[in-house]
Design a protein around this ligand. Structure first.
Ligand code: PHE
Length: 377
């Protein structure tokens, strides 16, 4: 009799343990796939900080419906192959059901291709290329979402600002042809700019590893354009902008969200404008309170990457909470239904997993980034 009781006790203990490790786990594990090293490393640092702040706040309140949030980090380097490898690793080895990432569109697209067949839910905080959330037929990849606006909108904003507000009637556009975001944004600026009546006199591609831009900048100088669009990330923009200034090019430079980094060369880009997802000069109390919290923790103002990573994490956690389950198959349906007030504005997903958001235009001026205006869709 005693032996029987002992055995039943063991069976009971084993059952309790296995149920903790199984579907009814007391923990929600989330992977962060961000560029922690390489040319876009400031993007990864900020994004990680944003997610970690959200996780800390949720866990301090008792987690999501009592489930503690834990994270694993993968360094996907804004690189397609690296991102694919990291996505496979976190899903197959770490067994995550939720991915926040990547930052760069060229890396988020392969993550979506790994995550969807495996029914793992992905939210990219900042990837703006349309192909992140839809397949070649324009159909929503059901497990993929984003927290930011898209590049066709960003292109419209930049084209209208240059042509209508600044009266810049001729343009050069230089772009990295191998990068989905950069090539896409170049096209999304060109089409509306020409439609407005602008003339694109130079439209030139370069490669990721190029570092000497004298040949294409000679064409820009010859064409005497009013505006030079550089829709690349901060490291490449800094390089090209410096070489352009050294060549005596005086065209107003403009770019997109990829410029947002503490490492942008503010001397070379002095006087330039860029569009972004948020501005610290936004007077809404939710923004000003977040600035205080973030600054207290990290000692600096958050950039748009930190803000969107924080918003993406909060959106995901709210969806899990609302679903009352951490089953991604159910959570994905909730993602299409809820509305969450973010620091970067309200997030409500459209049918393809994309929210409609406002852009903020800023100017690089005397070493500072100054808010110019908001542009709504
Ligand atoms: N939008 C960029 C992309 O899709 C990423 C990015 C967002 C970079 C915000 C900087 C700031 O690749």
């Amino acid at each position: 009799m005693r032996a029987f009781k002992f055995v039943s006790l063991l069976v009971l203990i084993a059952m309790v343990f296995s149920s903790c490790a199984g579907a009814g786990a007391k923990e929600v594990k989330v992977a962060m796939l961000f560029p922690m090293t390489g040319g876009e490393a400031t993007f990864g640092k900020s994004s990680k900080e944003g997610v970690e702040l959200a996780v800390e706040e949720w866990n301090a309140k008792g987690g999501i419906n009592g489930m503690k949030i834990t994270t694993v980090l993968g360094d996907s380097r804004c690189d397609a192959q690296e991102a694919r490898n990291q996505a496979v690793k976190v899903i197959d080895q770490d067994k995550v059901k939720f991915i926040i990432g990547e930052v760069c569109s060229s890396a988020s697209i392969p993550v979506s291709e790994v995550a969807n067949p495996k029914k793992v839910l992905q939210i990219s905080p900042t990837s703006t290329n349309p192909k992140v959330t839809v397949d070649a037929n324009g159909k929503h990849k059901p497990y993929t979402f984003r927290a930011c606006f898209l590049d066709p909108f960003q292109g419209d904003v930049l084209a209208a600002f240059a042509y209508k507000e600044k009266g810049l009637k001729t343009a050069a556009i230089l772009f990295d042809q191998g990068n989905d975001y950069v090539r896409g944004l170049a096209e999304y600026i060109k089409a509306p700019y020409e439609k407005l009546g602008g003339q694109v006199k130079v439209y030139e591609a370069y490669n990721k590893d190029d570092s000497d831009f004298s040949a294409i900048l000679a064409k820009v100088a010859d064409a005497k354009v009013d505006v030079l669009f550089l829709p690349d990330y901060y490291n490449k923009v800094s390089l090209i902008a410096k070489q352009a200034k050294d060549k005596g090019i005086t065209a107003v430079m403009m770019g997109g969200d990829g410029w947002d980094s503490a490492e942008l060369d503010r001397t070379a880009t002095d006087g330039s404008y860029f569009s972004n997802h948020y501005s610290p000069q936004d007077p809404r109390p939710i923004v000003q309170n977040f600035l205080k919290t973030y600054k207290a923790k990290y000692g600096a103002d958050p950039d748009a990457l930190a803000v969107l990573a924080y918003d993406a994490a909060n959106f995901l956690f709210s969806a899990i909470q609302e679903t009352k389950s951490a089953d991604p198959e159910k959570v994905k349906d909730t993602m299409l239904k809820i509305t969450v007030e973010g620091i970067s504005g309200q997030i409500k997903m459209g049918p393809t997993g994309d929210p409609i958001k406002t852009a903020a235009i800023s100017q690089v001026k005397g070493g500072k980034i100054e808010f110019v205006k908001f542009a709504a869709p």
